[in-house]
Design a protein around this ligand. Structure first.
Ligand code: G16
Ligand code: MG
Length: 219
């Protein structure tokens, strides 16, 4: 029986990918590194340190651990400053309606994000009230595709993985949901999240009615 939902943040509730892009671009320009939107796509859903390693690999750059951390912190400062511009108007279309609907119907709801800044983003959106549990980049040490962040969410909600549906926009996020034994809904193109149980092009199509119709035996 489905009793809970776990939502990824970036790409599901709001689009912080553009802000991450601008911050990484800023750092890359300063370092003389090549960085574009195509490479930014590869950072979808992965942690900050994994992200900088992807950018360094792309540029054939090797640095020592302390320097990598220093640069990742620098990117984060730029990113965090840009979060001030997020407002309650910045939900992805359909996300707020779905969250409201889940609240009215009494489902448990958790956040399962890789971001260490997730609470700040939710506060800017005025979205904290939609969540019973917040799982973010500080909650577990193994990041997606490991299932840990979603297992953290289900455990804190007092539910089993197969009582929960995970919403994800990243390939590795769907991998993580499947590895943990969760049902999954992918938001985005077939080539990215086609391995989810159910897929929508955008959150706008992901209504509770559609979800219940698809997973009908589980409700
Ligand atoms: C988000 C983004 C990733 C970012 C990660 C960590 O994941 O999609 O690009 O690298 O958070 O963010 P931070 O640097 O703020 O800790 P998610 O899981 O919300 O899609
Ligand atoms: Mg995401």
């Amino acid at each position: 029986m489905i009793k809970g939902f776990i939502f990824d943040l970036d790409g599901v509730i709001t689009d912080t990918a553009e802000l991450h892009y601008e911050a990484w671009k800023n750092l890359s320009d300063e370092m003389g590194w090549d960085f574009d939107r195509e490479l930014n796509e590869q950072l979808r859903g992965i942690s900050r340190l994994d992200s900088i390693r992807v950018i360094m690999d792309h540029n054939n750059v090797e640095l020592e651990g302390a320097k990598i951390e220093e640069l990742a912190n620098k990117k984060n400062e730029i990113y965090v400053a840009s979060l001030e511009n997020i407002t309650p108007e910045d939900y992805l279309p359909g996300a707020k309606v779905l969250l409201t609907h889940l609240r009215t119907e009494g489902f448990k709801v958790a956040l399962g994000s890789a971001s260490k800044n997730a609470i700040k983003v939710l506060e800017q959106l005025n979205a904290m009230g939609y969540f019973d549990v917040i799982g973010d980049g500080t909650s577990v040490s193994k990041s997606k595709p490991a299932p840990d962040i979603f297992l953290y969410g289900s455990e804190k909600m007092g539910l089993q993985p197969d009582d929960c549906i995970v919403f994800e926009d990243a390939e590795k996020g769907i991998d993580a949901a499947k590895a943990g034994g969760f049902y999954s809904v992918g938001i985005g193109p077939e080539e990215r999240v086609g391995h989810a149980d159910l897929r929508f092009d955008s959150m706008n199509e992901a209504t509770l009615f559609e979800i219940k119709s698809f997973f009908k035996d589980l409700f």
